[in-house]
Design a protein around this ligand. Sequence first.
Ligand code: ZN
Length: 360
Amino acid sequence: MIYDSHMDTPSQLIRLRNLGIDNTHAHVDFPKMKAGNVDGAFFALYTPASMAQDSATRYALEMLSAVYDAADANSDLAAVTFTPAEAAENREKGILSLFIGMENGSPIQESLALLRTFYRLGVSYLTLTHNGDNAIADAASEGKRWGGLSPFGRQVVAEMNALGMMIDLSHASDQTFWDCIRLSQAPIVATHSSCRALCSHRRNLTDEMLQALGEKDGYVGINFYPSFLSDDFAKKPEEAALLEEAEKVEAAFIKEPGNPEKVKAWQKMQDRLNAEVWRPGVKEIADHIDHAVKWAGIEHVGIGSDYDGIEITPAGLENISKLGVLWDELKRRGYSQSQIDLISGGNLMAVYERVLSCSE
Ligand SMILES: [Zn+2]
């Protein structure tokens, strides 16, 4: 079984992507998921740290609605999914399971009632922060406001435990991570994070964190973003300059997703990035999986590609349809098929099951 713990596809729905067809240059759509033998994924409702709370709530609800709309328009292909049991039923029928996550807690506006409401609407995990300290906790990229979880954040952790909602610590500061390890009654997850020992980005997890996740019966989904896989990525000034240019082209496209010229410019830029920038690939992702397995344990590692949330992909894994090359690489490294099944999605379903059962 194949389940990915983090994709930013809802943002692309707002940018007018039709998931029912095979879109050029897209990381994710239903035909590509099918071609990659994927059974389902967590679609994250991502709001930027810079967005005011009211706007974030509205934007999160619009994305949530867009996910439901995409499932309704393609009910023969996909369904919004709440539990691993429902996912198993979908799998029997050959229907993709769309779990929903929320990335950055701004939309809950310091209200446990809003947290519960989003959960009732299908949001099964909350990534406490994005790249900025918020009302709940400190983020890896800042880490200055609270020294970990805020007093409200401690209430959020308790409420999520009671609901059976997964606490996602990707993007969290190290102190936030350790606060949650200490306070959470349920296993915790990092839906899209890689290993700091292999790539020094502070958003990656240290060996001690990986070990603690494993000991707490949790989960880490290895992130495919080149910046989190290798310190050698974008080292050359011309590569860094092109990436900077790409950000501007993408921002222009995001502003006017219906403008064919902006769409074309963004697609052309993706071709240039793939051709002109050295990118880590399947080997590096497998290295991160090996390392995470060593520290967290084989039952606590999976994939959280971050597709549709990254402006550049790993070499050889330009979209979700190509996932098979990763399983081939793991096989080559000596993993058995049953171990690969755990990493490709079994562990993710199992940890969600454990979090749900802790709430009962
Ligand atoms: Zn993220």
